[in-house]
Write a protein that binds this ligand. Structure first.
Ligand code: PLP
Length: 395
């Protein structure tokens, strides 16, 4: 009677959402101060003041029909011009406003891009550990997601396995750096190696395999590590960007797609992106937040707060004896669980009030994700619970 696949997606929450709901219920039972909720990637740092000022300015403009009306499907030309100019200023890729398509965040950017690329049953590749929604997005756009394992030392992709995973039917590879859930930034050598393999395989199969850069965390970096801009290394690139994290605006739904001017048959690809946005019923990205982006293109939330959180949680947990790779960006830490079964470990953690997410859905058994976009104070208060949890397994 109803679409079975959609029914399943809608009736079973993701593990992350399940934990988040549990946390709210548990806080009512035992008190919020005894629940340490590290489940969601919802920024706790407020949006920069410039966003508030921009909104105030916009709502005081006399013509509210322009503010609240539809924009062009691909986005307001002024916004796309500001976005393209800013990308060129930083990465010098010669993109024009005609290569920018405004979206309702990275999730939409990814769905539109996957839909535009997929000619029917194409395969896409993600590097583990990966954002679990990639499976949902790829499959609902008619494709199949293949997952490439990682090296435990640094969470970089296993490049041999990557090469083997590419088939004549592979259409795209999703690269997410800084990474959710590991916080790792793929270095230049890794990106060059990925691109070399793709060039070789594209030539071997006489095709174009696309890199899809999923970049909601691009600006959330705590050291001077470079986050390579993929268009500077490879031609067939689509960037899926979002302001959810950098401007702390996840509920407002605003982001963009940027198509590399050097991509194969770039005009046709851009048209397919417009077509996919239309077919998916997106109509246009929110008009007011396109204008906010135009005014706040150089702004960012206080990333220093995340760095402080990273230092506290990483230093404290490793001192206790936990193992994890030091994250350089985003606001996640991927912990090696003390039980091989991460689900069992996270269930035990729950009894200490610690809500952390098992890594299985991220394509990494034996790990758990900690989202540290929470208050510094909550991290501090949670440390004795982490210690007790560690000692329970150390016995
Ligand atoms: N990609 C990754 C890796 C994410 O972590 C998220 C959200 O957490 C998204 C995409 C979706 O972000 P948005 O809010 O921009 O749709």
């Amino acid at each position: 009677m109803y679409n079975e696949k959609m029914f399943q997606l809608g009736s079973k929450r993701s593990v992350i959402r399940e934990l988040f709901e549990y946390g709210k219920k548990r806080a009512q039972e035992v008190g919020a101060d005894k629940v340490y909720d590290f489940s969601l990637g919802n920024p706790n740092v407020p949006a920069p003041n410039a966003v508030k000022l921009a909104i105030e300015e916009l709502i005081n403009e006399p013509d509210s029909t322009a503010l609240h009306g539809y924009t062009s499907a691909q986005g307001d030309l002024t916004t796309r011009t500001v976005v393209a100019d800013y990308i060129n200023e930083r990465f010098n890729v010669g993109i024009t406003p005609d290569g920018i398509y405004m979206t309702v965040g990275a999730a939409a950017s990814l769905c539109i891009t996957l839909r535009a690329l997929n000619e029917g049953n194409n395969e896409f590749i993600a590097f583990a550990p990966f954002f679990p929604e990639y499976t949902v997005f790829t499959e609902s756009m008619g494709g199949k997601l293949n997952v490439v394992p990682f090296n435990e030392k640094d969470f970089a992709p296993d490049l041999e396995a990557f090469e083997e995973a590419i088939t004549a039917n592979t259409k795209g590879v999703i690269v997410n750096s800084p990474n959710n859930p590991s916080g790792v930034v793929y270095d230049k050598d890794t990106i060059i190696a990925i691109c070399d393999i793709l060039k070789k395989k594209s030539a071997e199969y006489n095709t174009h395999i696309f890199l899809i850069a999923d970049e909601p965390y691009r600006e959330l970096v705590f050291t001077d590590v470079e986050v390579p801009y993929l268009m500077n290394y490879y031609d067939d690139v689509v960037v899926c960007y979002s302001y959810s994290k950098v401007l702390s605006l996840p509920g407002e739904r605003i982001g963009y797609i940027a198509v590399n001017p050097k991509a194969y048959d770039e005009r046709r690809l851009y048209a397919a992106i417009c077509g996919a946005g239309r077919a998916l019923g997106y109509v246009c990205a929110p008009s007011m937040f396109q204008k906010v982006v135009t005014k706040c293109i150089r702004e960012s939330a206080n990333i220093e707060a995340y760095r402080k959180n990273r230092d506290l949680i990483y230093n404290s947990l490793t001192e206790m004896g936990y193992q994890c790779v030091r994250p350089d960006g985003a606001f996640y830490l991927f912990l090696k669980t003390l039980d091989e079964d991460a689900n069992a470990f996270c269930d035990v953690a729950k009894t200490y009030g610690l809500l952390i997410v098992p890594g299985d859905d991220f394509g990494a058994k034996g790990y758990a994700r900690i989202s540290y976009c929470v208050s510094y104070d909550m991290i501090k208060r949670s440390l004795p619970a982490f210690k007790e949890l560690y000692l329970r397994y150390a016995k």
